[in-house]
Ligand binder design. Structure first.
Ligand code: B12
Ligand code: SF4
Length: 455
């Protein structure tokens, strides 16, 4: 059978300006789920192709004799996935399967657009569904207990650009912050054996990838294991030009961990600092202290690991002044990038449940659920005020002078990329101002005029 996997991207993310910003921010890569599922199907003799819409426009109807289309959904890409699914079903006789994060949280909604929907990780069911042995409309998949049983993502199936290989050495996270989707979708927390992880990395080295990322939700959750992976990477010459990972502040309590991260060239980390207000950290069950945040930022600077400082904007206990403090802090510690993420009540999370019960959700347009738009009624600000705080935070952080500072610390390439991000920020600010004032069908216009700020 011919099987096509598609990772859709929302309209905003297919816009040229966003695509350009994406190239500056990182390199094209891929969600690994479709590459793993595709590998299982290929091994069973099927003809599989995988496409990512984030980086190029694709005419899916040009593809011939497709038997099954498999669509991945995260919340912000779900409307686009449904649009594609409806169009495929209208124009072809192929079957449509939908899976991924959003479909797993809202299976009935997804089922209105598909022949079948899978809830959860699909390795254990994908072959039976494609070959017609599982026929339920909504298939509840049992997750793999032993992650070493999954094949590696097969990048030869990917037909869109990709310069970075993504490795997931674990699934899920031992913590359970109230707003977090992944600790619920990939549950329980599981680890692969170090041997299997190293074998996968060796395979990417052989394929010639210059960049490799650990996309684990919390790579350093088990420090003993993370250290072992780093030691093996160093000893077996398996390091890359740049390796990104997600970490938690607690990694910095372990000096040996930090040294190994640096030596294994895990050079770029996103840390969820979330807030500099202890009450807010407690409210979201983050289990971290402000002093941990400060120590982590210092230790990353000492080890020359570029920091993406991620803060959640709009937690009930936070006000506008807390957001301002986060920006100043990120500048002070010379963070490489600031990721101000607007609190987003993703379906399936405690936050979504709470805000729905409290009648605080203000939209069900899933395309704006991307952590860059306000989708709920905050406690201490109007929605538009919070949206403005997000835009302001970005503008205050990405400056010309800040880019020169990055150039001095991390070299020309990263300084140059930061300059690009500064330019993109200026353009985005202009776009947001125009949209919110004049573009009546835009989300910003609606926010500004329905929920004006108090000032
Ligand atoms: C790599 C990654 C990216 C990459 C590449 C993504 C891409 N090209 O689109 C980049 C950096 C570009 C990215 C961008 C974004 N991302 Co992202 N990303 C990830 C990350 C870290 C890893 C994905 C992965 O490989 N997962 C591991 C594999 C094993 O799981 P999986 O892919 O889900 O696949 C399994 C199941 O879903 C299922 N399955 C998957 N596909 C299909 C299809 C069918 C038909 C079936 C039946 C089953 C099925 O079976 C698979 C095997 O078990 C996830 C976090 C995570 N843990 O998933 C966030 C994550 C998916 N991203 C997220 C977000 C918010 C975004 C952005 C909106 C961020 C932003 N503000 O710009 C953008 C949107 C991009 C877009 N396409 O529109 C959120 C989504 C939350 C939600 N509920 O919507 C996540 C969960 C992160 C988080 N902690 O919240 N992302
Ligand atoms: S530490 Fe990060 S990955 Fe783990 S539950 Fe909290 S937000 Fe999710």
């Amino acid at each position: 059978m011919k099987v096509i996997f598609i990772t859709p991207a929302s309209n905003f993310r297919r816009f040229w300006g966003y695509r350009f910003g994406n190239y500056l921010y990182g390199h094209p890569n891929a969600i690994t789920g479709p590459l793993i599922l595709g590998h299982i199907l290929k091994d069973a003799g099927h003809d599989v192709e995988v496409y990512e819409e984030l980086y190029t426009d694709i005419d899916f109807f040009d593809l011939e004799d497709v038997d099954v289309y498999c669509l991945y959904t995260m919340t912000s890409s779900a409307p686009r996935a449904y649009e594609l699914a409806d169009e495929i079903r209208r124009r072809t006789k192929a079957r449509v399967l939908i899976g991924g994060m959003h479909a797993s949280a809202m299976p009935e909604e997804a089922a209105a657009h598909a022949d079948q929907v899978v809830v959860g990780e699909a390795e254990t069911v994908i072959l039976d569904i494609v070959e017609g042995r599982r026929t339920e409309k909504i298939v509840y998949a049992e997750c793999l207990k032993n992650l070493d049983d999954a094949p590696f993502p097969d990048y030869s199936l990917l037909k869109t650009p990709c310069l970075e290989a993504n490795v997931l050495s674990t699934r899920g996270c031992p913590f359970c912050c109230s707003f977090c989707t992944t600790s619920r979708m990939y549950h329980p927390y599981r680890e692969r054996s170090v041997d299997s992880v190293i074998e996968e990395i060796r395979y990417y080295k052989k394929l010639g990838f210059e960049y490799m990322n650990f996309e684990d939700d919390n790579f350093t959750a088990n420090r003993g294991r993370a250290k072992e992976i780093c030691r093996r990477m160093i000893a077996e010459d398996l390091t890359f030009k740049d390796t990104f990972f997600f970490g938690r502040v607690d990694m910095a309590k372990d000096e040996e961990m930090m040294e190994l991260l640096q030596k294994a060239h895990l050079s770029y980390v996103l840390v969820g600092f979330e807030s500099l207000n202890q009450a807010a950290l407690d409210e979201i069950d983050k289990h971290q202290k402000i002093s941990d945040i400060v120590n982590c930022a210092k230790s990353l600077a000492k080890h020359k690991i570029r920091l993406i400082a991620s803060f959640v904007l709009g937690i009930d206990t936070d006000g506008p002044e807390d957001i301002g403090r986060c920006v100043e802090f990120a500048k002070d510690v010379n963070a490489y990038t600031l990721q101000p993420a607007i609190l987003t009540p993703f379906p399936g999370t405690e936050t979504y449940k709470q805000f729905t019960e409290e009648k605080r959700m203000i939209t069900k347009d899933w395309s704006v659920f991307d952590m860059m738009n306000v989708t709920f009624l905050p406690k201490n600000m109007t929605p538009w005020e919070l949206q403005k705080q997000f835009l302001k935070a970005t503008k205050r952080f990405y400056t010309f002078v800040g880019s020169l500072k990055i150039m001095k610390t991390f070299g020309f390439e990263y300084g140059f990329r930061r300059l690009g991000l500064w330019l993109i920020t200026c353009l985005a600010m202009f776009g947001a101002a125009v949209q919110s004032r004049f573009k009546k069908d835009s989300y910003f216009y609606w926010l500004r005029h329905t929920w004006p700020d108090n000032g």
